[in-house]
Design a protein around this ligand. Sequence first.
Ligand SMILES: NC(=O)c1ccc[n+]([C@@H]2O[C@H](COP(=O)([O-])OP(=O)(O)OC[C@H]3O[C@@H](n4cnc5c(N)ncnc54)[C@H](OP(=O)(O)O)[C@@H]3O)[C@@H](O)[C@H]2O)c1
Length: 239
Amino acid sequence: MTTLVVGASGATGQHLVAHLLEKGHTVRAVVRLAERLPESLRNDGNLFIIEASILELSDTEMAEHVAGCDAVASCLGHNLTFKGIYGKPRRLVTDAARRLCAAIKANKPEKPIKYVLMNTTGNRNRDLNEPISFAHRCVIGLLRLLLPPHVDNEKAADYLRTQIGQNNQFIEWTAVRPDDLINEDEVSDYEIHPSPIRSAIFNAGKVSRINVAHFMAQLIMDNELWQKWKGQMPVIYST
Ligand SMILES: NC(=O)c1ccc[n+]([C@@H]2O[C@H](COP(=O)([O-])OP(=O)(O)OC[C@H]3O[C@@H](n4cnc5c(N)ncnc54)[C@H](OP(=O)(O)O)[C@@H]3O)[C@@H](O)[C@H]2O)c1
């Protein structure tokens, strides 16, 4: 199997690349700077590095990079600097999803390609009745005004949910929603729920990036798991 990973140099993306390579998968990693990937990964013969800023690739280049892939995974996120949060590209995650999906469609693959998006519990799955309190609603409203990356995450999942939908001939998708991210060195027990079981704003749980990456890799590799979660926005907490 071959997977294209965008945001591969990020804290979660690196774990995802490592999990996939460990299982003998071929990985194409789009990174702005190859040196941001650990040497252990760079030396793996099954890793093909595409050194580019994802949104600067032409449509033709994108179509070439997704051609022959079984899955595309996005661990993109805005860098937590003033420029990363308030500068361009404001719609990094959404525009990458939009353009990568357009590239997949342009290739007309014989079987649907999996698109696995790293999203957030701060985002609701509007296909489900996910209740939130008035106070929660107010905080989210404020986040939308103050933090453009939050809107980007919402729009990226909305794009998959409403534009790709549940019956696309070429693309199936899952938007994985982690709660507060922490760093751990080893995969540990984690739990997956269709919707948050606690308030992402007032009582957030924790999940390690390595667990998020493990779940994303399992979705790519395990078709039974994929059938269970495709078209959904599973929430992940470390146990
Ligand atoms: N922090 C939390 O508690 C939390 C909770 C839930 C969900 N999330 C979401 O989780 C996602 C990823 O988290 P993370 O901690 O793994 O992220 P991260 O370590 O910051 O990685 C972000 C990735 O995006 C890439 N990137 C950033 N700006 C880019 C640009 N303009 N063009 C191309 N690539 C760009 C980075 O590339 P470079 O290495 O080149 O910069 C890096 O590969 C984010 O969407 C975030 O919103 C976070």
